[in-house]
Design a protein around this ligand. Structure first.
Ligand code: ASP
Ligand code: MG
Length: 551
């Protein structure tokens, strides 16, 4: 049985980090063998190759500079790892860079970069990182060999997002893993079409490579080693109370990855789920952290919902009119027109009065979508049965995800209460009948506040927000008490003294809030009080009549 581990771009992005990965594999390969290790390109390399595909057909000089920079970066890593004397490696790397340059030149001469050429260029990141990492493992005494995905995986020819044909690839793959090594280092992200053209599996696709291999080799588990300690209940950069989830279901992971949770590439889940293989997210930089397991049952955490997530930027199109109610086929036509214009619909709502249908799309699609709908319904619009399409930009989707929501009343109520209390306006609502996801459309400007409010409602219901005026002896003592209470303290969302004020919806550390206040905005009492949502607590630690007058 093979164990499958995948290391992402940041895990292999530098000499220091590759050494770290070496340490992890050193320990692991002294236990169970053999290991199948899937690697990404060094951090940032795929983005640079992407840039190269854009420059190559037009700007030979800039393309050459970028190519040289990529070459230098890889050579520096090879030197940094002490591998410059490995002649086999030197030859492989030289061959790949020669082939990359030929591809760049070819693209320049033809003045174009076809999808096939694009994939060929993009795939070099992994095809370079895998042999370098394997050579490093050999240098520290691990019996290792690299495997190139273009040699073992047969995929369809949907360039840029190809899918591996497991059945067709099985023989070659099994063969490749039978050469008696302890650690095979496999390129993520790349495969080859039946005709032998290099294909790539979609950005982030190395995760998918790992899951496919796990399914083909009947691995007991797939380990995804990345730079965070698992999947969180919300984006920790926005929601301060976000916490790690110990275990979630495949379906929840799919919902969350849909919303750009970013930790795992969506298509990874399917092959693992099909064979009931758990996916474990682990942190290369904190290898002892427990991480998150994605499996069939999930539910490792007893929260009513699993996660709160968002799509930052959407536009809403609303089609309304008296001529819509009771007329079959309006929705079908609407989505037909959108599909014909190649527009991806993010969210759909229709009230049962049937007077309006709302669709959310990417803002870049908004104009095109409106034109497609208006031209499709031009006769109805002319006859005033349907109004011209209303469009609205600057919106976001907030989604609450979780299998525990199923058949549980009150979840939606909680979401809307949390939003209503902050006077956050909701433009549209959608819930799939799987009850796995409740989505609301709101102003982008209010997204961060909304995420925190909804997150608090589910994960920190007891934590009231406190807005405190006065940071002298009395205020200072109060903050001291908050500090001592740790997680049990209320959330300090606002602090002001007679000169300055500081407001942070997510809560600030009470221990350092007074120092932070020195750099706060000049006090404007009206602004400060207006920022206080109903349901929170206002604490007056001053002796000022003016403040008391505000009660
Ligand atoms: N290197 C590829 C990317 O950046 C694939 C991956 O890292 O998963 O998208
Ligand atoms: Mg990734």
């Amino acid at each position: 049985m093979m164990h499958v581990l995948k290391f992402g771009g940041t895990s292999v992005g530098s000499v220091e980090n590759i050494r770290r990965v070496g340490e992890i594999l050193h320990i692991r390969s002294s236990g169970h063998k053999p290991l199948c290790v899937v690697v990404s390109a060094f951090a940032g390399v795929t983005n640079q190759l992407q840039k190269l595909t854009e420059l190559a057909p037009r700007r030979s000089l800039e393309a050459e500079k970028l190519y040289e920079a990529l070459r230098r970066r890889h050579e520096e890593v090879i030197r940094g790892l002490g591998l410059e004397k490995d002649t086999g490696l030197a030859e492989t790397v030289h061959d790949h860079f020669t082939a990359l340059w030929e591809t760049v030149r070819g693209s320049y001469l033809l003045r174009e970069c076809s999808v096939a050429v694009h994939d060929r260029m993009l795939g070099f990141g992994e095809r370079l990182s895998a042999p370098i990492i394997s050579a490093y493992l050999r240098s520290i005494g691990i019996n290792s060999a690299p495997l190139d995905g273009t040699d073992i995986f047969i995929s369809d020819d949907r360039f840029g997002g190809a899918r591996i044909n497991r059945k067709a690839s099985l023989k070659r793959t099994e063969q490749a893993f039978r050469s008696g090594k302890d650690v095979y280092v496999v390129t993520g992200f790349v495969a080859a079409s039946e005709k032998g053209a290099v294909t790539t599996l979609g950005r982030g696709g190395s995760d998918y490579t790992a899951a496919v291999l796990a399914a083909m080799l009947h691995a007991p588990e797939v380990e995804i080693w990345t730079d965070v300690s698992g999947i969180m209940t919300a984006n920790p950069a926005v929601v301060r109370g976000a916490r790690r989830l110990s275990s979630i279901t495949y379906a929840e992971a799919m919902e969350l990855s849909h919303f750009g949770a970013g930790v795992l590439y969506g298509p990874t889940i399917q092959p693992a789920m099909e064979q009931n293989i758990p996916i474990r997210i682990l942190n290369t930089f904190k290898p002892l952290d427990a991480g998150t397991v994605i499996n069939k049952s999930g539910g490792g955490d007893d929260y009513p919902v699993t996660g709160i997530t968002a799509i930052d930027d959407v536009a809403l199109l609303t089609m309304e009119g008296s001529g819509m109610a009771g007329v079959p086929g309006v929705a079908a036509r609407l989505f037909g027109y959108l599909a014909a214009a190649d527009i991806n619909v993010i969210l759909i709502t229709q009230a049962s009065s049937e007077h309006s249908i709302c669709v959310a799309v990417a803002p870049s699609d908004m104009k095109k979508a409106r034109r497609a709908i208006e031209s499709g319904f031009r006769h109805e619009i002319k006859a005033h049965e349907i109004d011209p399409v209303k469009e609205q930009k600057g919106l976001s989707v907030l989604a609450v995800v979780g299998q525990n929501m199923r058949h549980k009343p009150g979840i939606a109520g909680k979401v809307f209460r949390a939003l209503g209390r902050r006077r956050i306006n909701v433009y549209a609502i959608a819930q799939g009948s799987s009850e796995l996801n409740v989505s609301v459309v709101l102003e982008h400007d209010q997204l961060s506040e909304a995420l925190n409010a909804v997150h608090d409602a589910f994960f920190d219901p007891g934590r009231v927000a406190v807005y405190c005026v006065g940071a002298g002896t009395v205020g200072g003592a109060l903050l001291e008490m908050f500090k001592d209470a740790g997680d049990n303290a209320p959330r300090l969302a606002g602090l002001a003294n007679s000169r300055r004020m500081l407001v942070d919806e997510r809560g600030m550390a009470p221990g350092s809030a007074r120092e932070a206040l020195v750099k706060g905005r000049p006090l404007d009492m009206a602004t400060f009080t207006a920022s206080i949502p109903p349901g929170s607590v206002f604490v007056d630690c001053t002796a000022s009549e003016d403040v008391a007058g505000l009660y």
